[in-house]
Design a protein around this ligand. Structure first.
Ligand SMILES: C[S@@+](CC[C@H](N)C(=O)[O-])C[C@H]1O[C@@H](n2cnc3c(N)ncnc32)[C@H](O)[C@@H]1O
Length: 313
């Protein structure tokens, strides 16, 4: 029989190189992140499956389709399922994205492992987002989440910042419909939705002092076209910017599992060149980078939850 392992709070603290609060330690315990190691044959099969996707030129395949404008309607349709569920059931759980992976393996510490509990990658992803919110956005007066989709990270942010105004921005209109329902149903009364496109930011949006900006697996969708958004941030001068996104430069090109992850980022046209551009801006004295680190967690194809924290000067 295969041995079962569990990711405990100390493991998370080790990969994050940061202590977890009592609340997050308890949350981690509650998630019961059990997994087992895979055999070398299963690892070979995994590598083969990823290579087949990397060399698959059928861009209609869900796992190989590049990000960009062509996907707007897909996002609308996806979030519409959440909207309908929310309208019918009025339950916060209906906001969880309905794209659970069909794949049964995930990334953990540069290995591929088999989770033994459902929605393992979603759970660990939320734990990391909560950690980032608790550490970097807990004193913001307003939290803006760009590419928020159904806004479920913002709703959890309330736990770590009881008084902040929450603003969820996304290019889909359905996201704003969902946020309207959240507010009308009394799930959270201090939340507002705004339409926002990373490619054409609305510079008329008011950003009060002491605001915090957040993106989670959202800026990933712009490839190398992040300049307009950066211009927006530099102009609006939030107190802090927190990104949990796939970042090539934080992975290790010489490690096979990392290398496959990076190749997959490129295949999907995920965020590219963002961290080097931030370094350049820092050298020019325009911004200060507080943190850039990988988190050693991810889904089937990628380790996509790297953290970058910075602020405009
Ligand atoms: C992978 S989902 C992530 C949603 C949410 N942040 C989460 O962590 O579950 C990507 C989100 O980015 C939004 N998005 C993609 N391209 C965008 C763009 N150009 N401008 C604004 N939002 C965009 C999509 O509509 C979607 O809600």
């Amino acid at each position: 029989m295969k041995k079962t392992f569990i990711i405990n709070p100390t493991d998370i603290e080790e990969v994050l190189k940061s202590p977890l609060s009592t609340a997050l330690r308890a949350e981690c315990e509650k998630l019961n992140l059990c997994y087992e190691e895979i055999t070398s044959e299963e690892r070979d099969n995994y590598i083969l499956e990823v290579i087949n996707i990397l060399f698959n030129n059928n861009n209609l395949d869900k796992d190989s389709k590049p990000a960009g404008e062509v996907r707007l309607q897909e996002w609308e349709n996806g979030w519409n399922e959440n909207l309908e569920a929310l309208k019918n059931g009025k339950n916060v759980n209906d906001l969880v994205p309905k794209y659970p992976s069909k794949h049964k393996l995930v990334h953990w510490r540069q290995r591929i492992i088999r989770p033994l509990v459902p929605n393992f990658d979603y759970k660990i992803h939320c734990l990391l987002v909560d950690w980032a919110i608790e550490n970097f956005l807990n004193t913001s007066d307003t939290i803006f989440e760009f590419g928020c989709g159904p806004a479920y990270h913002l709703l959890r942010a309330r736990k770590y910042n009881p008084n902040a105004k929450l603003v969820g921005l996304d290019w889909t209109k359905t996201s704003q419909e969902i946020i309207k329902q959240i507010s009308n149903n009394g799930i959270d009364m201090n939340i507002e939705g705004k339409n926002f496109n990373f490619f054409e930011p609305d510079f008329s949006i008011d950003v009060p002092a002491k605001s915090g900006f957040l993106t989670v697996a959202a800026l990933e969708q712009v490839g190398n076209r992040f300049d307009q958004f950066l211009e927006f941030v530099l102009q609006k001068k939030p107190k802090i910017c927190v990104h949990i996104e796939p970042i090539d430069e934080l992975l290790d090109q010489s490690n096979l599992i990392d290398r496959l992850s990076i190749l997959y980022f490129r295949k999907r046209n995920y965020l590219s060149g963002f961290l080097p551009r931030l370094h350049q801006l820092q050298e020019e004295g325009k911004i200060k980078i507080l943190k850039e680190q990988r988190t050693y967690t991810g889904s089937f194809f990628i380790e996509g939850h790297s953290l970058v924290v910075w602020y405009p000067l």
